[in-house]
Design a binder for this molecule. Structure first.
Ligand code: FPP
Ligand code: MG
Length: 329
């Protein structure tokens, strides 16, 4: 098991059950796709979504732990399916150091493999999912797909509004974080108002997490990230540091707009143009401004977490927040 959860033994133990359930579900697949799916699901990330389900499911003592583990696995399966599809869209050869499903079997089979993982998620549902509101569940998936469609359709257009960016990351990341917290609190049979608050916590955490991730594309260490700096820019994907840097450049009274001019010329950037754009974004303060926005979402999450008035869950969510380094340092 990945050591991210080493200091939270309860969660780590249940995440191992999630992992086992995922492996045993995938191992029911027939034929050549089984080892391919197996290779994709066996390398775990931080298991953030199932962990959020498990943590919030502890908000009462009324949770059926088997049900919480099952629902946590459903959330991870949805995420795993979306990554298979995402790697096709991005033509990605590697994920977490391994060959992607796309690289192993090509686009056609990878589409089906992603669908298969979505079917695995559904196979774990019993129809009596802790009285969850179907609209909340289906909205999360609709937003996830919509945001990927928008991002893909807009690829190469660097000039999007902050509003459009927030909408995209809300769909791409915050929607599943929010659904995870909602699902966990539903297994705990919390009243509707508290489930809504948990949904909001997941949403704010997801927004802060994605902005932080987008900041790392400008400031991170290439060896730790496993990707090159400026990867989003190179692929024609605008993120918050860029949007805010462009805004600053536009507001300056000088006539020169080197960042604007560089991006207006190209739909995707060469290595040297990317380097230049990254350095302009940094010097225009795009990263610093994006950190302020990430902090705003982070603080909103922390306030809501405190209002749950549950010492253990508050400690676990706050330490997760710290470990993800969501707060800018
Ligand atoms: C990773 O983004 C992508 C996602 C978090 C969402 C992908 C969603 C879809 C492809 C929609 C399909 C949905 C289902 C349920 C099958 P990234 O490319 O920024 O991050 P990466 O560096 O991890 O690839
Ligand atoms: Mg990707």
């Amino acid at each position: 098991m990945n050591d991210f959860w080493n200091d939270e033994k309860d969660i780590q133990t249940e995440l191992e059950l999630v992992h086992d359930l995922i492996i045993s579900t995938v191992d029911k697949a027939q034929g050549f796709i089984r080892p391919v799916l197996h290779s994709h699901v066996k390398t775990q990330g931080k298991l953030l979504r199932p962990a959020l389900v498990l943590i919030t499911s502890n908000l009462s003592g009324e949770t059926d732990r088997n049900q919480a583990v099952r629902i946590a696995s459903v959330l991870e399966f949805i995420h795993l399916a979306s990554l298979v599809h995402d790697d096709i869209i991005d033509s990605a050869q590697k994920r977490r150091g391994n060959l992607t499903v796309f690289a192993q079997v090509g686009a056609k089979q990878a589409v089906l493999a992603g669908d298969y993982l979505l079917a695995c998620a559904m196979s774990l549902l019993t129809g009596k999912e802790a009285d969850m509101d179907n609209v909340v569940v289906s909205n999360a998936l609709v937003r996830l797909c919509e945001s990927e469609l928008n991002q893909d359709a807009g690829q190469g257009n660097f000039f999007i509004s902050e509003r459009e960016y927030f909408k995209r990351i809300a769909g791409k990341t915050a929607s599943l974080f929010a659904l995870s917290c909602y699902a966990g609190s539903s297994t705990a049979k919390l009243p509707r108002e508290l489930r809504k608050r948990c949904h909001r916590i997941g949403y704010s955490l997801g927004m802060a997490f994605q902005i932080q991730d987008d900041i790392l594309d400008f400031t991170g260490s290439e060896s730790k990230l496993g990707k090159t700096i400026g990867n989003d820019l190179r692929c024609g994907i605008p993120t918050l540091p860029l949007i805010l840097a462009l805004k600053t450049e536009n507001e300056k009274s000088t006539l020169e707009r080197p960042l604007h001019d560089l991006l207006a010329k190209n739909k995707s950037l060469s290595a040297s143009a990317t380097k230049k754009a990254v350095s302009l974004v940094l010097s225009l303060g795009g990263v610093e401004q994006a950190k302020v926005v990430a902090d705003r979402y982070g603080n909103r999450a922390l306030n809501d977490i405190q209002s749950l008035q549950h010492e253990k869950v508050e400690k676990q969510l706050s330490s997760l927040f710290e470990k993800l380094s969501i707060r800018s340092r």
